[in-house]
Design a protein around this ligand. Structure first.
Ligand code: ZN
Length: 270
């Protein structure tokens, strides 16, 4: 499932669209699109010029100079593709936009856990979608983790809570906790100030490294140019339960925490 680094890599790969005009827009499967503030789903964004591609947490906003916004959530298997105009439409393509540069932007999602939003303005989109999210995980500070001071929830479950912190999912939660040397099962309330600082800095570092490596491709993830990422080769705990810890050599533990498979080293993480 794409997390912040993968979505940021998609955002970067869509940047060449800035300045293009939307010539034609077609929603093939209307149940993947949510209209905000009565925005029409018929020929969405047509005639508009793309002015920016923004991201918060795991969602994207394709913003137009005239106001309208296309929001994108990739869910588990969603992809935004940029292809040449008229290329064969692959199965599970739910929406297509033809652009003035001779390319098409398409939203493809076999399992349909992802989705699109069409909003009349950026303000309407932010109020409806982004206002529910915590601060972007790429920029968090220990103070943003303030709610941990009173919470009896495991810290892993807090990192996954998009309302507290936007962008971290199962992969990078485990990687950041390993880097911060904090056990995923520790209750938020028990973490010291120093541990919270270490954790905030580990979250930023782990995400930034994954972005530099083009994101993690475990199964479906590709950027809009169709390129896979390489960050999975740098995972130190995710998917490595039972294997030796890269720091101390002890066997990595694996069990469910916050209903998600969680891997950690009980020697390095306390
Ligand atoms: Zn270890």
């Amino acid at each position: 499932m794409p997390e912040l680094p993968e979505v940021e890599c998609v955002r970067r790969s869509l940047e060449p669209l800035v300045g293009c005009r939307v010539v034609e827009g077609r929603v093939i499967r209307s149940d993947v699109v949510t209209s905000i503030g009565g925005a029409p789903l018929d020929r969405p964004l047509v005639g508009c010029t793309i002015s920016g591609i923004r991201r918060r947490g795991k969602s994207l906003a394709v913003c137009c100079a005239e106001g309208p916004v296309l929001g994108v959530h990739l869910g588990m298997t969603g992809r935004v593709l940029m292809v040449d105009e008229g290329s064969p439409i692959e199965p599970h393509t739910h929406a297509v936009w033809r652009l003035s540069n001779g390319r098409e932007m398409r939203f493809v999602d076999p399992r349909r856990f992802g989705g699109l939003w069409i909003a009349p303005t950026a303000a309407a989109f932010e109020a409806e979608v982004w206002s529910r999210l915590g601060p972007d995980a790429l920029e968090i500070r220990a103070d943003d983790l303030g709610e941990t001071k009173t919470s009896r929830r495991p810290i892993k479950s807090m990192l996954l809570d998009q309302g507290l912190l936007a962008g971290v999912g199962n992969i990078y939660a485990d990687e950041a906790l390993f880097e911060a040397r904090v056990r995923p099962t520790r209750k938020g309330v028990r973490l010291t100030r120093i541990e919270l600082e270490r954790l905030a800095s580990a979250v930023r570092a782990v995400l930034a490294r994954a972005i530099s490596a083009g994101g993690s491709t475990l199964r479906d993830y590709r950027n809009a140019q169709g390129q896979a990422g390489q960050a999975q080769h740098g995972h130190r705990v995710y998917g490595r339960g039972g294997q030796p810890c890269t720091v101390c050599g002890d066997r990595l533990r694996k069990r469910l925490v916050a209903q998600r498979t969680t891997v950690w080293c009980s020697t390095c993480q306390s």
